[in-house]
Design a protein. Structure first.
Length: 296
């Protein structure tokens, strides 16, 4: 794993500063999530799960109503809003800091009205040209992910000269586009998009070279949770990938390594374990962490 070439940036304008990597808990309000198979599709179930994640100590909840698993087909905007808005209203009303996971500006707008504080756009502004102008006007933090196309055929797009160099360059281009569109750079977080148009080997290359992405100067969100590249690594003797539900231990190990590399946040399903992991990473990577009140 490469040493950090630059000091990581963990400050996002509009959000509180933490002395460790943040933990973003996932709430999939979908019937076909790869990670939970639709357990939280009903609003009451999603709200209850969000409360569980908050009780475990997550810093942010990432709420989405459209599956982005490989091969997934899109739902329309009205269905996406129907799924997530009731969940956002309740949890934001209870004090949660909500990230809305959407590629549509109209969904993001309604979510922000309902109480969402962050827009997490896995398309980096490519899926909807209205997204960047909306985020700029709304003045909310924006998570911009590396993306090459919709889930239905994204696996065919995993072709790079050098995945680390190419992803860094393309993220830099999207960052410049977002800033030119009026989003303050201090509000932008970058995400390398693990599993999105990436092979397992390409995912491992990216998590091993986060220093190259830190050089872009913006905080990094990394989402390794239960992803295919972990399933491939942990395949059984028959070559079958380990099921998503059995990838949490590997996820937590990787979350700690990502945190040590200076990521702003990890996006995970197993919240309590991830919080332990990032605290351990902070104690290893920051000699002053243990001397600050509340960390001993």
């Amino acid at each position: 794993m490469a040493a950090l070439a630059t000091r990581p940036n963990r400050r996002v304008e509009g959000l509180p500063a933490l002395d460790r990597c943040a933990v973003m808990g996932v709430v999939n309000v979908t019937p076909d999530s790869f990670s939970d198979g639709g357990r939280y599709f009903a609003p009451d179930a999603a709200i209850a799960h969000g409360r569980e994640l908050l009780a475990a100590g997550v810093d942010y909840l990432d709420i989405g109503g459209e599956s982005t698993r490989p091969g997934a087909l899109r739902v329309d905007a009205e269905e996406e809003k129907r799924r997530i808005l009731p969940v956002i209203r309740v949890l934001a009303g209870e004090g949660a800091v909500i990230s809305v996971d959407t590629m549509r500006a109209e969904v993001a707008e309604r979510a922000v009205e309902a109480g969402a504080a962050i827009v997490n756009d896995v398309s980096g502004g490519l899926a909807d040209p209205a997204m960047v102008p909306f985020v700029a006007a709304a003045e909310v933090p924006y998570i911009l992910m590396h993306w090459r196309g919709h889930s239905v055929d994204m696996n065919a797009r995993a072709v790079y000269d050098d995945v680390v160099t190419d992803v860094a360059r393309q993220l830099g281009d999207r960052l410049a586009h977002a800033v030119e569109g009026g989003i303050r750079p201090e509000r932008i977080v970058l995400d390398p998009g693990l599993g999105f148009a990436k092979t397992a080997a390409q995912d491992w290359a990216l998590v091993s070279h986060l220093d190259t992405l830190h050089a872009l100067g913006r905080p990094l969100l990394v989402g390794p949770s239960r992803k295919r590249f972990l399933g491939s690594l942990l395949a059984g003797p028959d070559g079958e990938p380990r099921p998503a539900s059995d990838r949490d231990v590997a996820t937590i190990a990787l979350a700690a390594l990502i945190a040590v590399q200076g990521a702003w946040a990890v996006r995970v399903h197993a919240a309590a374990e991830a919080i332990d992991a990032v605290r351990v990473a902070a104690a290893v990577g920051d000699p002053g962490y243990l001397t600050r009140e509340g960390n001993r």
